[in-house]
Design a protein around this ligand. Structure first.
Ligand code: HEC
Length: 147
């Protein structure tokens, strides 16, 4: 009687142990698979925005209507932060004395400097989704209001 129940117990334990073992494998595997699946799911999202500027221009292309913004719009959103207040030593809009020697360099040079950056003037005025035409329009807007 006693030995019979011992055998029964042993069988039970063995059964539990193997049940635990066999259930721990698929679990372990599943977590590996789900990690991989998560990485796969995240990959396309991550790779879209990894390259800073490109990400910005993709966003711009997606949301933009294709219509270039006017010089005034670009100035107000991208340039006024510095050129209205004179922050960082920026020549202020309407400050004819500050702009006269710059205007003498010619509009093409000013556009190039605004687009590529010039000393403390950041490239494109940090407007990463501004096109060269939009920067050109913004420079013309500034120049027109500063002479
Ligand atoms: C973070 C501040 C900042 C922003 C934003 C900014 N600028 Fe400037 N900008 C400057 C500073 C500072 C200078 C003076 C650089 C110098 O002469 O050393 C300058 C100079 C310029 C000049 C004269 C360049 C020359 O050759 O003399 C132009 C043109 C200009 N900015 C256009 C723009 C336009 C257009 C925008 C917006 C798209 C813009 N800036 C946004 C700071 C800024």
């Amino acid at each position: 009687m006693l030995s019979a129940s011992l055998v029964l117990l042993a069988t039970l334990f063995a059964g539990m142990a193997s049940a635990a073992e066999s259930s721990s494998y698929p679990l372990g595997q599943r977590s590996i698979f789900s990690d991989r699946a998560t990485a796969e799911r995240l990959k396309p999202v991550g790779s879209v925005c990894v390259e800073g500027e490109e990400c910005g221009s993709q966003v711009a292309a997606a949301e933009g209507s294709g219509e270039p913004r006017s010089g005034e719009e670009v100035y107000n959103t991208g340039c006024a932060a510095c050129h209205a207040s004179g922050a960082a030593g920026a020549p202020k809009l309407g400050d004819t004395a500050a702009w006269a020697p710059r205007i003498d360099k010619g509009i093409e040079t000013l556009v190039k400097h605004a687009y590529e950056g010039f000393n403390a003037m950041p490239a494109k005025g940090m407007c990463s989704n501004c096109s060269e035409d939009e920067i050109h329009a913004a420079v013309e807007y500034i120049v027109d209001h500063s002479k």
